[in-house]
Write a protein of this length. Structure first.
Length: 80
């Protein structure tokens, strides 16, 4: 896997775009490999988005704790 490092350490105006460009080729390789194995491009792109969203939520401790509390409350409610 080849992903280039940021141009500069720390924050800079083009950092997010640079990151997108750095991972684009690898994501396209994954898309192509999955498509060759029988997954449609739409399925793979949808899965990539879902994985990215779920990972972002899992990495955000505040959101993860909020979801855990909410799920805990739901599990304690009696069936209607």
């Amino acid at each position: 896997m080849i992903i280039i490092a940021p141009k500069l350490n720390g924050r800079y105006p083009e950092r997010e775009v640079d990151c997108q460009m750095a991972i684009e080729d690898e994501l396209l390789k994954i898309l192509g490999s999955a498509n060759t194995l029988g997954w449609t491009k739409a399925e793979v792109l949808t899965a990539m988005i879902a994985v990215a969203d779920n990972t972002a939520l899992a990495l955000d401790a505040t959101v993860a704790e909020s979801v855990r509390i909410h799920m805990s409350k739901l599990m304690k409610k009696p069936d209607v």
